[in-house]
Design a protein around this ligand. Structure first.
Ligand code: NAD
Length: 364
């Protein structure tokens, strides 16, 4: 199927427009620009499902009071190498950098730190946070849950029990060079990809979804219910689920993300809500390691040598090159900074509609 028509816009112009939208919606200019910067970063790295497509939903979340502007971290408990932080339902693009910088500062002192973050607004592309730590010379691992966003069936089941719970491992490389970056959801596809498919875009891969009768499916209606042209789409309208990737292995990682990022952080899991409304929040358990602390000589050089060895593998049929984690993101970023950010027309139109509702007009 052909790709859907796109609107291509220069990165800086898009960032300014998105910053304007959040400022008009009630954030400070500084926070609006910060949200724009991080959402744009997801588009630049090719993860459009976590980029500016989220603007209408974020603005709605702000208007509904599910996420709050101008929040900071509360330190719940702290020791020399760990802390529990509460994000107070602030924007993930504000709470994320604060929490990562807290971990970086702690790891600088002791060579390592474990930071349990709870009650953050949607924290976006997790690779963003791994890259932030890598710029400070730190290795980091992140386990994330998304309370309130149950969409994924456990291996062997059909009911939604997890969210798309992402994990990320990021390794700093030479100064100025992109890090090694593993960053993915534990579901076969992110919900954004089901949304795209439901609008006639790229079809879902085989076995991406499961219906209540246990049949595997690629039909987005399994998630959204009967599809009307142009939407709206609500995952609450369907009765099927997305599947965890990698059978019992991916399902097991998603499960552990709930335990680490939900239970251990003291935030909610994707379990039943005892009372009140369910808001979407991210929990994140992050581990920061300073390679120097481990006495590993030439860590970066040896990691590079090994990455090159992996890349030098003979190629499988139909493949041009072996990539290591992080290469697709780095390449897409260079390309999109140069040539602009392509947005599906639906995505662009919904952002413009959000802007207009706030009294703004679309940029020329
Ligand atoms: P994906 O399936 O595109 O996988 C991305 C990972 O695979 C990256 O590490 C990338 O470098 C690597 N990769 C991709 N192609 C490769 C290749 N050919 N060879 C080697 N490595 C390759 O990612 P996804 O599961 O669609 O997740 C998208 C984004 O969504 C991630 O940034 C994730 O953090 C984010 N996410 C966030 C939340 C949240 O609640 N905040 C929830 C789910 C996902």
């Amino acid at each position: 199927m052909a790709d859907l028509p796109t609107h291509v816009i220069a990165a800086d112009k898009l960032a300014k427009f998105i910053g304007d939208i959040f400022t008009a919606a009630g954030t400070s200019r500084e926070e609006g620009d910060r949200i724009a910067h991080h959402l744009l970063g997801a588009n630049l790295t090719g993860h459009d499902s976590h980029g500016v497509i989220r603007v209408p939903r974020y603005v709605q979340n702000l208007q509904d009071g599910d996420v709050k502007a101008g929040q900071g971290l509360t330190v719940v408990t702290e020791g020399p190498t760990h802390a529990v932080l509460d994000g107070n339902f602030g924007f993930g693009q504000t709470i994320g950098p604060l929490a990562v910088d807290f971990g970086i500062a702690k790891a600088r002192g002791e060579g390592m730190a474990i930071i349990a973050l709870r009650h953050s607004g949607h924290i976006g592309r997790i690779g963003d946070w791994g890259e932030r730590a890598a710029r400070a010379g730190l290795i980091s691992l992140h386990f994330v849950n998304v309370a309130g966003g149950q969409l994924v069936a456990p291996f062997g089941g059909v009911d939604r029990r997890f969210s798309t719970n992402p994990v990320c491992i990021c390794i700093p490389m030479e100064p100025g060079k992109p890090p090694l970056l593993l960053d993915f959801a534990t579901s076969v596809v992110a919900e954004g990809k089901v949304l795209v498919a439901s609008n006639g875009g790229k079809p879902l891969p085989e076995g991406a979804l499961i219906s209540p009768d246990g049949k595997l499916s690629t039909d987005p209606a399994v998630l959204y219910g009967p599809l009307t042209p142009g939407g709206p789409r609500g995952a609450g309208n369907g009765d099927g689920a997305i599947r965890a990737f990698g059978e019992h292995k991916g399902s097991g990682i998603a499960f552990m993300c709930e335990i680490l990022a939900g239970v251990l952080t003291g935030g909610p899991t994707s379990g039943p809500v005892p009372e009140g409304r369910r808001r979407i929040t991210n929990g994140m358990l992050s581990i920061y390691l300073d390679p120097n602390h481990f006495g590993t000589q030439n860590f970066v050089a040896e990691a590079r040598e090994y990455a090159n060895y992996v890349k030098a593998s003979r190629l499988a049929e139909g493949t041009d090159e072996v990539l290591v984690p992080g290469e697709p993101e780095a390449r897409t970023r260079s390309e999109r900074i140069k040539n602009g950010v392509p947005l599906q027309l639906d995505t662009w139109n919904s952002i413009v509609a959000t802007a207009r509702a706030l009294g703004l007009s679309e940029p020329n």
